[in-house]
Structures are given as structure tokens and as C-alpha cells.
Write a protein that binds this ligand. Sequence first.
Ligand code: FAD
Length: 382
Amino acid sequence: MAKLQKIAVVGAGLGGVAAGALLQKAGFQVDIYEQAPAFSRLGAGIHMGPNVLKIFRRMGIEDALVAMGSQPSFWFSRDGATGDYLSRIPLGDFALKEYGAHYVTVHRGDLHTLQISALETGTLHFDKRLEALVEDETGVNLTFADGSTAKADIVVGADGINSRVREALLGPEKPNYSGWVGHRALITGEKLRRYNFDFEACVKWWSEDRHMMVYYTTTRKDEYYYVTGVPHDAWDFDGAFVQSSREEMEAAFVGYHPIVQALIASTDEVTKWPLLNRNPLPLWSSGRMVLLGDACHPMKPHMAQGAAMAIEDAAMLARCLAETGIGDHASAFQLYEENRRDRASRIQAVSNANTWLRTQEDPAWVFGYDIYAAPLKSAAAA
Ligand code: FAD
């Protein structure tokens, strides 16, 4: 019987699609299984730092992303009430020169579509909700909610915070609600024109226990986006998010600067998301299954690096598997975890603490990182 040389990636979020594309480019046969019937352009933006753009260079989508997104010259942090500047972190040309790639803010849906274009045609399968995984000495059998099945040599769990693959490795456990929610809204550039304000390209407004991060999502600057972090006693709603309202935003940001009030007044639709977390997992892989991204180390999104970590994981996993081949997946998974755990855990801790760039600091350890530059470290080889 011919030997399987096949990788199944479960979940086609930003991490899963990056894993699929990078593993395909490394020469593996990869199929990606996604529970959603299709993707829509949900109302959210995302930051992609130079650490990720260097990976997109390998995926062949860096230039298209730069052409699509906004490239802020600075990340500003400002006092929510007075507007005083707390930090001015240079990005723009400085990022290109110092960190080796652009810093881009973009619409999340546009980025996702661009990433998907890097996959081999016919390898992304929608409407495939993974229900069961059974591993034996010949591979892993996957069963989906529609009754169909697949078999692969190894399985990459890129299925987000409620990961079914994580559950297969470690048992059922709900994520922790952090006590904070994030509100998300997109505002058209048109709405902002009636104000005589300088709407900065990337600015975070802070007060003691809450914040509002704001940035453009297009090169044309015709779409402005905000995402908040606001304390909220309990998450007792069904679903991944619920509708919020302008009134709720006004109450949450009372006393904030007139620019923030203008953004709230310009809000047509705003959604509210629980910010969830998990304690560090005791293992990232077992047998033929390995985790990445939010399935492995979810974090509060306050450093704008959650998806970035999922994409860095994908790049490192592809690098390690290329080094060992699928046949020695155990060594690849060990190498992958050894080369990812410290960085992902450090970023998880800073992100959860919500201190990133609040005051003037050097972000080079995050943005300057090039996942392909450092030699792989291996405890086994040491
Ligand atoms: P996900 O994006 O969750 O993707 C998982 C995929 O798996 C989904 O498509 C899901 O449908 C699919 N799936 C789930 N279960 C199954 C199953 N059983 N079978 C098949 N498919 C399945 N990060 C940044 O880097 N920058 C930011 O600016 C940023 N802003 C954020 C703002 C907010 C409010 C929030 C909540 C998060 C933010 N993040 C940001 C974090 C980022 O969204 C996540 O870290 C990132 O999406 C994780 O990617 P992932 O691919 O691991 O998981």
C-alpha cells in the first residue's frame, strides 16, 4: 500500500491558512478543513507588524498587503481624557529600515482573502466541522459533522480558542473569561469629514482600566476602525459576539477626549466580543497532532500580536517539518515547541497585562524578529 504523506490542517483562520500555504510551499501535500460554509467580510481590522510581513514575503503576498493596507508612520499612545501623548513609536520608513519590513493595518477580511489566494487551488474545504479524531500507527482519521472522513499522516490544530484538536489532546475545558470585552466598529472616512480633527493613522487612547485602539484599514484611508478593551463583569451571552450600541459606548467612554466622542457619534454599528484566555498548555503536541495559534496560546488582543503569533507558529512549524520530513514528525513537533514556546509565552504575558507601547519603549524584540534568520535551537542537539 502506498504510504500517506499528507497533512490535514483543521481551521482556516489566519493561522491555519498561513500553515497551509507555507507547508504547501515546502512541498507537502496539505488539505485545510474549515467549519464555516464560507467567509464574509466581518467588521474588524488587524495590525500586521514587520515580523509577520517577513513571513508574507515567503508566501508571496507581502507587496499586495502593503498596497492594500494603511502604513502608519507612528503608533501613538494618548491619554484618554487630556489627549497628552504618552508615547510616539516610529513605524513607517523607520520600521522598513530598522525591522526589515512595513507595519500595516488592514481590514481583517481583506487580509484573510489575500492569504487564501496563496493556497493551492482546491485544497481549502469549507463546511467541514471536525467532530472526531482517531489516531493509529498508520495516521489520523478525521470525521466531520457532514459525515465525511479524511485520513492524514499528521494533523495541525489551527481551530482557534475552542479547538477540537486541543480537546483531543488534553480533554474538554472551557476557556477563561478575562473580565474584559472588546467593542469593534468600522467608520467610513466620509463620516469623519464633518469634523475638523486630525484622525491619526494608528493611535491608542488609554485610561486606567480601559482603552480604545484606532486605525485605518485601507491605503485610501476611507475606513477607520476602533477596538476597545473595557471591563465587563460577566460574559453571559450566547455566541462569539453580540451587538453593542452607541449608547453603551458613550457610557463606557464618558470623559474621554472629543476625538473619541466624535468616533462614537459616527458609529452606525458596533459589536461586543468577550476577551478569552487559557492558562499555558502542558503540551503543544502529542503523537501525530500538533497545535498552533489560539488553539495553543490564546491571549487578550492588547498587543495586536495574537494572529501574528499564529502566523509565526505556522512558519516555524513548516520550517521544522521541512527539516525533519513528515516521517520524523515527533522531532519536528519537539523542535517547533522548543523554538516557539518562550516567544509566544512572553508575548502572551505582555498582551494580557496590556502595557504594550503605553509608554516609550523599544519594540525591536517583537517587530525586528525574523523567524527564518535565527538558527533552530534544539535541546536534543545541545
Ligand atoms: P482563529 O482565527 O480563531 O481561526 C480558527 C478557525 O478554525 C476558524 O475559521 C474556525 O471557524 C475554525 N474552526 C474552529 N473549530 C473548528 C472545527 N471543529 N472544525 C473545523 N474548523 C474549525 N491579533 C493580531 O495579530 N492583531 C490584531 O490587531 C488583533 N486584534 C484582535 C481584536 C479582538 C477584539 C480579538 C478578539 C482578537 C484580536 N487579535 C488580533 C487576535 C486574533 O484574532 C487571534 O489571535 C487570531 O485570530 C488567532 O488565529 P487562529 O488562526 O489561531 O484562530
